[in-house]
Design a protein around this ligand. Structure first.
Ligand code: AGP
Length: 370
């Protein structure tokens, strides 16, 4: 059957709700319980070649770049290999050093984004090895790379990407597992992650079931002309992606910031008209993150705190503070669960404002000209 929005009012909404099934598809057949590792045949790299990798450089544009940042964090965390992400649109213009022992990872839903494609070509021209995390089978980037992981998210029509991004994250998690297990990641940690990955689709479903609360919060956020999204370390790319989604379809000014950097400047902008969406997982930074919430509340800034059950917000005012609780996963996998409610916040804010959600002004689904 043709892919249409069916009973959904938009493709974006349909695609958000498809995430549990899409996540199952990307994981299927790719987790190896016996050796507690990832089973990604398409990388075209054997154990010895994987071990020889000294660095990982992730490239993508827009949301693919932000998920790439989450992925780099995962890779560094689990495989203990230095990893970072860069906007593919900038990469080739700074005459980058291409190293033979670096694994380059190009991330793209469409596989047709020209900036990402040109970055891949620049790397290969200089003799680098590039793998793709791509959704569209047979797309330009998929054809150009040395190996890769297809994302199996299914067709994505809405300009604002959701399910493809979730599957990118899961692709990175499996890559980090496989890379980690030829290095220092223990079998126990490997099993812990596999169990965490297998439980993710159900946890995404739990978040989707809270849509009514998210809708109510979004309708309030839609009234603000300008808002902040803040997070730290693993939570920062989550904030970036949350702000991106919000900007794209609500046309509100949404700025992502590291929570730790607020006091170095933007705190000057906090007032009762500027809400902050704060990513506060129950991790090693929770106390500092909560302290920052107090700084914001003290200036009258409304707060939406995306957090875990265990995190106490005691001492913050009742009024103007909304708490959105997401289920926990393994700490390395938490970023993707923290991202899902932000999709629904953006969606319902845009809906409230009466915008064309699937085709926001000035944007194309894939940007094929430089
Ligand atoms: C996502 O919501 C955006 N529309 C945009 O940032 C997108 O992720 C970017 O243009 C990259 O597209 P790609 O994944 O198809 O390469």
């Amino acid at each position: 059957a043709a892919y249409d929005a069916g009973e959904h009012e938009s493709f974006m909404h349909k695609e958000i709700l498809e995430q549990p099934a899409a996540a199952e598809r990307v994981l299927r057949g790719r987790l190896d319980d016996r050796f507690a590792t990832g089973h990604l045949g398409g990388l075209n790299l054997d154990a010895r070649e994987l071990r020889a990798i000294r660095r990982v450089k992730v490239l993508g544009c827009g949301s693919a770049y932000y998920v790439g940042q989450m992925g780099a964090e995962l890779l560094e965390d689990l495989a203990r290999v230095p990893a970072d992400a860069e906007a593919a649109s900038e990469f080739r213009y700074r005459n980058p050093i291409i190293e033979p022992d670096t694994l380059y990872v190009a991330v793209s839903q469409s596989g047709e984004t020209i900036d990402t494609l040109l970055a891949v070509q620049e790397i290969r021209r200089k003799g680098g090895y590039v793998i793709g995390l791509v959704n569209v089978v047979g797309s330009a980037i998929a054809r150009e790379v040395d190996g890769g992981i297809y994302l199996h998210a299914g067709p994505e029509v809405a300009v604002a990407s959701t399910k493809a991004l979730t599957n990118m994250f899961l692709g990175f998690a499996m890559l980090a597992l496989q890379l980690g297990r030829v290095r220092d990641l223990s079998i126990a940690d490997g099993r812990r992650l596999i169990a965490g990955l297998e439980a993710l689709p159900r946890k995404i479903e739990e978040i989707l079931a809270t849509e009514e609360q998210l809708e109510a919060v979004a309708e309030r956020l839609a009234e603000a002309e300008s808002l902040f999204f803040v997070g730290r370390v693993r939570g920062f790319p989550v904030a970036r992606e949350g702000a991106q989604k919000f900007k794209e379809i609500s046309y509100r000014h949404a700025e992502a910031y590291q929570t730790s950097e607020l006091k170095h400047g933007p705190l000057a902008l906090i007032n009762p008209d500027v809400p902050t969406v704060a990513i506060v997982p129950d991790d090693e930074l929770v106390e500092r993150n909560v302290a920052a919430l107090h700084e914001i509340a003290a200036r009258g800034g409304p707060l939406v705190v995306v957090t875990h059950e265990e995190v106490s917000l005691e001492g913050l005012p009742d009024e103007g503070v909304e708490r959105i609780v997401v289920p926990r996963s393994e700490r390395e996998l938490d970023p993707i669960l923290l991202t899902v409610p932000l999709q629904l916040l953006a969606y319902h804010a845009a809906k409230r404002l009466g915008h064309d959600i699937d085709k926001p002004r000035n944007l194309a689904k894939s940007v094929t000209v430089e």
